[in-house]
Design a protein around this ligand. Structure first.
Ligand code: TIU
Length: 236
C-alpha cells in the first residue's frame, strides 16, 4: 500500500477513491499589503515564503490529472453573506466592504480577492468562494468532493490556524482523511502555526496528519494512475 511518511504515523494513500489538493485562500487579500490581512494589523510578507512549495504541489497534482481545488474568502458586494459580527470584529481601520488599495476589502471579484498570479487556477479547476473561515460553510465543497469521489485531502494555504485549521476540522468531521502540509501553510504568527501542527497530529492524529511537501511528493509517486487520471493527464 502506498503511504506518505507523516506524523503521527504513515498516511495511507487511497487505492480506489481519489485524492485532491486543497489550496486555501492564497489570495492577494492575505499575502499583499493593502488587503484584509494588513487591515487587521498583520505583517503579510511572511506568508510569501510558502508560494514555491505550494506551486510544486500544484504542479505535481496537475501532472497526474488529479483534482486541484482552491478557495477564496470573500463576500457578496451587498454583504448579505457577512454577519455584522464578522465585519465589526477586531475594530480594523478598514472593514470588510470598505474601499481599500486593492478594491473593496474581502469582497468577491475585487482585485484583492484574486488568487496570487503564481498560483492562478486553470479554467477547469474549481475555486470555491467561501463567506466563512471554514470552506464547507455555505459552499458546495462537499458536493464537489462527492461528485469527484474524493476521500483524501492534501491541505495547504493560509492562514494555518484560521481558515486552514477550520477547514481541516470541518473535513475531518465529514470523514475525509486530511493531511496538512507543514511547509505549504503559513500564519502571521509562527507560534500559532506550530501549535496547529502539534494539535493536528496529537492524540494519534485526532484531526489528521502532517508531513512536509517532499514527503508528500515522495509518497505520491507510488500511486498508480487510474484510467480517469491518465485521461486527464493526457489532456493537459
Ligand atoms: N486573519 C487570518 O489569519 N485569517 C483570515 O482571516 N482568513 C484566512 O485564514 N483565510
Amino acid at each position: 500500500m502506498a503511504v506518505i511518511a507523516a506524523q503521527p504515523y504513515d498516511y495511507p494513500l487511497p487505492t480506489e477513491t481519489g485524492i485532491a489538493l486543497v489550496i486555501i485562500d492564497m489570495q492577494r487579500d492575505f499575502l499583499e499589503p493593502g488587503g484584509f490581512g494588513a487591515a487587521l494589523g498583520n505583517e503579510v510578507s511572511r506568508l510569501q515564503a510558502i508560494v514555491p512549495t505550494v506551486q510544486r504541489l500544484q504542479r505535481a497534482f496537475r501532472e497526474r490529472g488529479w483534482l486541484v481545488l482552491q478557495t477564496v474568502e470573500g463576500h457578496r458586494p451587498d454583504l448579505t453573506d457577512c454577519p455584522p459580527s464578522k465585519r465589526q470584529r477586531g475594530n480594523a481601520a478598514l472593514k470588510i466592504g470598505d474601499p481599500g488599495p486593492m478594491g473593496r476589502i474581502l469582497v468577491l471579484g475585487e482585485p484583492g480577492n484574486q488568487i496570487i498570479p503564481e498560483l492562478a487556477p486553470k479554467p477547469d479547476e474549481p475555486v470555491i468562494a467561501k463567506p466563512g473561515k471554514g470552506a464547507f460553510y455555505n459552499t458546495n465543497l462537499e458536493f464537489l468532493l462527492k461528485t469527484h469521489h474524493i476521500s483524501h485531502l492534501i491541505v495547504t494555504g493560509v492562514t494555518t490556524e484560521v481558515c486552514v485549521q477550520t477547514t481541516l476540522r470541518e473535513a475531518n468531521d465529514r470523514g475525509y482523511e486530511c493531511l496538512l502540509v507543514e511547509d505549504a501553510t503559513e500564519s502571521y504568527f509562527p507560534e500559532f502555526k506550530q501549535a496547529t501542527l502539534d494539535m493536528v497530529r496529537a492524540q494519534g492524529g485526532i484531526v489528521g496528519w502532517t508531513a512536509t511537501a517532499d514527503q508528500v511528493l515522495d509518497g505520491l509517486t507510488d500511486i498508480p494512475l487510474n484510467p480517469q487520471n491518465k485521461e486527464a493527464s493526457s489532456a493537459c
